[in-house]
Design a protein around this ligand. Structure first.
Ligand SMILES: [Zn+2]
Length: 485
C-alpha cells in the first residue's frame, strides 16, 4: 500500500472493530416480496458454494507462499518482479483463463548501502560512535560516495521546521519526528494513523531541502517496536533540491530526540541508491469469459510488486493470491459467471502507480464495460465485510453480506475511494470500486519492513479474505441489473 492509496482511502479502514463481530447485514434482510432479488436463486446457491470452498481451500496460501518465499521481494524493475509476472501468468493460464501481459513502463530504483552513525553527541566516549538504524526511502538520491557528516536537528512537524527557517536548517540533517498514532491503530483506525504520518515520508525531504538541509530523515511510519525501519516512496517536489532521504527506526528517532536538546549531535550518513533507466514490465491480466455479457468486466486484483526489504507477503502477495483464488474456485466448482471475471496483478503500485495508470489509458475506450472493480491491498487480516464506492449499491450488496456474515464479514461500508490505489484512475472515471474491509490492527507493524514475510499471514484469515473476494466478485458478475455509477 502506497501514499496514494492511503491519501485516497483515509476512511476506508475506519471501521471500529468493537462492532465487528456481528455485522449489519442480518438486520436488513427482510426484502419485500414484491421487489425482485438482484440475484437468481441459483446465483445465491453458487455464492454459498464459493464461500464454503474458499474457506476449505489452501490455494491462496500456496500462491502467496510461492510469491513471498520462492520468488521473494518484487520491487518494480527487479528480476524477481519479472519472475513474478511470469509465474502469475502461467498459473492463470493453467486455470484456463485467457491471459495477456499488458506493457507498463516503470521506474527502476535500487537500494544500495545504507549506514549511519553518530560521530559526536553529548556524553560520547572518546573514539566511539553510535550506530543508527535506518533505510533509504524509495526514490531517494544518494549521498556523496564517501557519505556526508552534518549536525542533526529534530522537528516534530512541518510547522516546527518552518519556524526554524533557513538559517537554522541550512547545512543540517533534519529529522521529522512525527509519531505514528499507535492508539488509533489498535482501535482499528490504522489507515488514518498512517495517512497522518506518511505525509512526512512523501513531502518531508523536499520541505527540508527547500530550506537548505543536506539530508532528511523521518521517524518510521508504523506501529511496532523491534527497531525496524519502514521504507516507502518519497516524492521530491519539482521546485526543491533533491536531498538524500531515509527512515530511522522509532527507537533511533527517540534517541536523537533525547540527545539533540543536550548539545550538538553530528551524524555520518551513507546512502548509495541508484535510479536506473526506466524498465519494461507488465500488468498480468487473466480473463474468465462471461457467459451472457462477455464484454462486461468485473476486476479482482492485488499488486504484484512489493518493497524490497521483506518478501511482500502482506503487501501485497496476499491481494494477488486471493484474486487468483476467485478464478480458481469458480473453475473448480464448474461455475460460469455471466460477466467476465478479470484477474489483474498490478505492477508498480508502491513507487509510481504506473500499472494502474497504464491500464486506465489502454482501456480508456472501454470504461463503460468495466462493470465493477475490486482490489485487496490491506494485508491478510480477518475481513469484516465489503467497502463499496457508490452509495446506491448498498441494497444490492445486502444478500451478499448476509452470506458473508457466516464468516464474520457481513459489514457493508460506504467508502468513496473503495477499490485501492491501482484502481484509482478507473474509479475516478466512474467504475464502481470494492475492497474487503480488513482488520489492520497489526498490518502497520510490518508494512514496508523486513518483517513483511509469510509467517504474518494466518491461513484461515487469508481464506476468509478469499471468500469475500470470490463471493463479492461472482455476485457482481451475475447481478441481474446494472450497478449505479
Ligand atoms: Zn500495497
Amino acid at each position: 500500500m502506497s501514499i496514494q492509496t492511503i491519501l485516497n482511502r483515509r476512511f476506508v479502514f475506519s471501521i471500529a472493530l468493537v462492532c465487528a463481530s456481528h455485522g449489519l447485514a442480518q438486520e436488513s434482510t427482510s426484502t419485500p416480496t414484491a421487489t425482485p432479488s438482484p440475484y437468481s436463486a441459483q446465483t445465491l446457491t453458487e455464492l454459498k458454494q464459493l464461500q464454503q470452498a474458499a474457506l476449505a481451500s489452501d490455494y491462496a496460501y500456496r500462491q502467496v507462499a510461492h510469491l513471498s518465499n520462492n520468488i521473494g521481494p518484487r520491487l518494480t524493475g527487479s528480476a524477481q518482479a519479472q519472475k513474478a509476472v511470469e509465474y502469475v501468468a502461467a498459473e492463470l493460464k493453467a486455470l484456463g483463463l485467457e491471459v495477456q501481459l499488458e506493457k507498463v513502463t516503470v521506474p527502476h530504483w535500487v537500494r544500495g548501502e545504507e549506514t549511519a552513525a553518530l560521530v559526536e553527541y553529548p556524553g560520547m566516549a572518546e573514539k566511539t560512535t553510535q550506530k543508527i538504524i535506518l533505510t533509504a526511502l524509495g526514490g531517494s538520491v544518494a549521498t556523496p560516495a564517501s557519505g556526508l557528516t552534518a549536525e542533526v536537528i529534530v522537528v516534530r512537524n512541518f510547522d516546527e521546521l518552518q519556524s526554524l527557517g533557513r538559517e537554522k536548517v541550512a547545512g543540517k540533517i533534519v529529522l521529522f519526528d512525527y509519531h505514528f498514532d499507535k492508539l488509533m491503530a489498535v482501535q482499528g483506525h490504522g489507515g488514518e494513523a498512517y495517512g497522518e504520518a506518511v505525509r512526512y515520508r512523501g513531502d518531508g525531504p523536499s520541505a527540508a531541502g527547500k530550506l537548505g538541509a543536506v539530508a532528511a530523515l523521518i521517524r518510521s511510519v508504523g506501529g511496532a517496536e523491534y527497531r525496524l525501519p519502514h521504507t516507502g516512496q518519497t516524492n521530491y517536489a519539482k521546485d526543491a533540491p533533491r536531498i538524500p532521504a531515509a527512515a530511522v527506526t522509532a527507537e533511533d528517532a527517540d534517541l536523537l530526540a533525547s540527545l539533540v536538546p543536550q548539545g550538538p549531535v553530528r551524524m555520518r550518513l551513507l546512502l548509495t541508491p541508484q535510479q536506473l533507466p526506466d524498465a519494461v514490465s507488465y500488468n498480468v491480466i487473466g480473463d474468465l469469459k462471461g457467459s451472457e455479457h462477455p464484454e462486461e468486466v468485473v476486476i479482482v486484483s492485488g499488486h504484484l510488486d512489493s518493497w524490497d526489504l521483506g518478501t511482500g507477503a502482506i503487501d501485497d502477495g496476499a491481494g494477488v493470491a486471493v484474486s487468483m483464488q476467485a478464478a480458481n474456485l469458480i473453475q473448480q466448482l464448474h461455475l460460469r459467471p455471466k460477466r467476465t471475471l478479470r484477474v489483474v496483478a498490478w505492477m508498480n503500485e508502491e513507487n509510481g502507480l504506473a500499472g494502474g495508470k497504464a491500464y486506465a489509458e489502454d482501456h480508456a475506450n472501454d470504461v463503460a464495460n468495466h462493470f465493477a472493480a475490486m482490489e485487496t491491498d490491506g494485508g491478510a487480516g480477518h475481513p469484516l465485510g465489503i467497502n463499496y464506492s457508490t452509495k446506491e449499491t448498498k441494497g444490492l450488496l445486502e444478500p451478499v453480506a448476509k452470506i458473508l456474515q457466516d464468516s464474520g464479514a457481513g459489514i457493508l461500508n460506504f467508502a468513496e475511494f473503495a477499490g485501492g490505489a491501482d484502481l484509482g484512475p478507473m474509479t475516478k472515471l466512474g467504475v464502481p470500486g470494492f475492497s474487503p474491509i480488513q482488520d489492520n490492527r497489526t498490518y502497520f507493524h510490518y508494512h514496508h519492513t523486513a518483517a513483511d514475510t509469510l509467517d504474518k499471514i494466518v491461513p484461515r484469515e487469508l481464506a476468509e479474505n478469499a471468500a469475500v473476494v470470490a463471493v463479492t466478485a461472482y455476485a457482481l458478475a451475475n447481478l441481474e441489473q446494472p450497478l449505479p455509477r
